[in-house]
Design a protein around this ligand. Sequence first.
Ligand SMILES: N[C@@H](CCC(=O)N[C@@H](CS)C(=O)NCC(=O)O)C(=O)O
Length: 235
Amino acid sequence: MALILYELGGLSGRRYSQFSWRTRLALAHKGLDAETRAVAVSDKPAIAFSGQDKVPILVDDGETIADSWAIAEYLERRYGDRPSLFGGPVGHGLCRFVNSFVDRVLIPKLVPLLMIDVIGIVDGDDGRHLRTQMERVFGRSLEDLAGQRETDIQGFRKLLDPVRASLRTQPFLSGAQPAYADHILFSLFQWARIVSAFPVLEPSDRLAGWREAMLDLHGGLARSEAPRADREAGV
Ligand SMILES: N[C@@H](CCC(=O)N[C@@H](CS)C(=O)NCC(=O)O)C(=O)O
């Protein structure tokens, strides 16, 4: 078995791609090891072999799968004898909703607030690529998007109320144990933690406790990627 995961690499080897973190955690959940290869976000020739222009890309014994959701479905199918990512067909269906909710509701609310910070952890070519892309999508400069973030973050936090309500009676979004729905949501917090020192959650937030538990999974796999706050403090 030879698994290779292509993901984004920033300055000093930072692995900051949120979608790739979904795959990293899915692989760990399945107990699978993969060789990881970092690519620059502006280096499209490096991933042209996959027939599209985004990471994560998983190569499994010569088979190439792009898109974190497609990869999760592939892993569940191919490695069906290992711990389940979805917990069966019903969980699979519900997890698709979580994927869409995070991609379409949460990401567009948080990413614009922190994207200015990403520019500081990538090289010049990648910084220009990301700035152009984001400013085209949102029609405003990165500086403008981040200008009111101390107040704008409240809107993001409010969107998480249904998650807080779930975590009142169960430790993970998926229930008693974490599974792919948790990986999906956590990937956004992991991205935020790596790219920015801005406090996305209040320390007293129930979600902050869940985030700590997610950081601890699989021997602290996610925690092993240093947070921006620690790097800035020289820790
Ligand atoms: N729907 C895709 C989204 C993948 C995606 O947007 N990946 C980002 C990195 S986190 C990327 O490769 N962006 C390329 C670019 O911005 O040019 C998935 O779930 O994998």
